[in-house]
Design a protein around this ligand. Structure first.
Ligand SMILES: CC(C)[C@H](Cc1cn(Cc2ccc(C(=O)O)cc2)nn1)C(=O)N[C@@H](CCCCN)C(=O)O
Ligand SMILES: [Zn+2]
Length: 309
């Protein structure tokens, strides 16, 4: 009925005011958006680790829990990106309910997709602040769900690094004011730093060329490390540049996002490696823009520039 959905207003982690969809339930406003797919819900774990915890509620629809405000508002923004830009209805393309829990654990320095929902810690206040305060973080986590429902890239070694890279790529496409990951919620005492950089992965110790890939077993075989190689390729594809003597003529963020989304939903498979990623991106650019397009040429150049054949 008409009062089913309402517009909440609140302050985010960084003190920014925003509006978002809520609904009225048994006389209280709750963080449940009934207007997108089968819904978007935000819960609090109250600093314990039981999931999903308690649905966020408020008496007057003016919200002061910054972590919940951002988790809820950014989940809506990421839903809208996939719907409006890629015509995808939630992470399963069937309007799956999107659930987030904030205030997970105690001073928990991480955020993750647990296979069913998004989970955000509050950080310890010096390494991280509440991680849902990063739009790129929310997009990163929700993209893990998209990947699971599409290519199903196994979370280890090269397929896992591609899984990670695609989450970073769409994080950067949605939080599109830079090519950094986590800059808004990492080390509040230090400006301008981040967890990872797609522009220059080596800035945070990650490789930007296949010859420098990590071959050990830590981090599930380097999934958050070797992601830098594909992240660099995506950055070069969008922005252009010369890397290891190879020049790429950039095609912009929009066409780059279309190529990766097409690859994710049409060509990548659970055990795709970096070489298969190059082929999937070439096939996708060919499908979308034609075999002799500048986009296809740029894809080939970008992967050659990072040493992937
Ligand atoms: C999305 C991003 C903000 C988040 C960042 C992150 C956080 N951590 C733990 C961590 C903790 C402390 C520090 C430090 O510098 O002291 C750095 C990293 N490692 N990565 C991240 O990358 N989380 C992983 C969590 C993976 C959990 C296992 N599936 C992911 O979603 O891939
Ligand atoms: Zn990830």
């Amino acid at each position: 009925n008409t009062i089913d959905h309402a517009t909440g207003i609140g302050t985010g982690v960084l003190g920014d005011s925003k509006q978002f969809e809520t609904s009225l339930q048994s006389g209280k406003y709750v963080m449940k958006d009934t207007t997108r797919g089968k819904g978007i819900e935000t819960y609090t774990a109250k600093n314990r680790s039981t999931l999903p915890g308690t649905l966020m509620s408020d008496s007057d629809n003016n919200w002061t829990d910054g972590a919940a405000v951002d988790a809820h508002a950014y989940a809506q923004q990421v839903y809208d990106y996939y719907k409006d830009v890629h015509n995808r209805n939630s992470y399963d393309n069937k309007g799956a309910l999107i659930r987030s829990t904030v205030h997970y654990g105690n001073n928990y320095n991480n955020a993750f997709w647990n296979g069913s929902q998004m989970v955000y810690g509050d950080g310890d206040g010096s390494t991280f602040i509440s991680l849902s305060g990063g739009l790129d973080v929310v997009a990163h986590e929700l993209t893990h769900a998209v990947t699971e429902k599409t290519a199903g890239l196994v979370y280890q070694y090269e397929s896992g690094a591609l899984n990670e890279s695609l989450s970073d790529i769409f994080g950067a496409m949605i939080d599109d004011d830079d090519w950094l990951m986590g800059e808004d919620i990492y080390t509040p005492g230090t400006n301008g730093d981040a967890l990872r950089s797609l522009e220059d992965p080596t800035e945070y110790g990650d490789p930007d060329h296949y010859s420098n890939r990590y071959t050990g077993s830590q981090d599930n075989g380097g999934v958050h490390i070797n992601s830098g190689i594909n992240n660099k390729a995506a950055y070069l594809l969008a922005e252009g540049g010369t890397h290891h003597g190879v020049t790429v003529n950039g095609i912009g963020r929009q066409d780059t996002a279309k190529i990766y989304y097409h690859a994710l939903t049409h060509y990548l498979t659970p055990y795709s490696n970096f070489s298969a990623m190059r082929q999937a991106a070439v096939h996708s650019a060919t499908d979308l823009f034609g075999a002799n397009s500048p986009q296809v040429a740029a894809v080939n150049a970008a992967y050659s520039a990072v040493g992937v054949n």
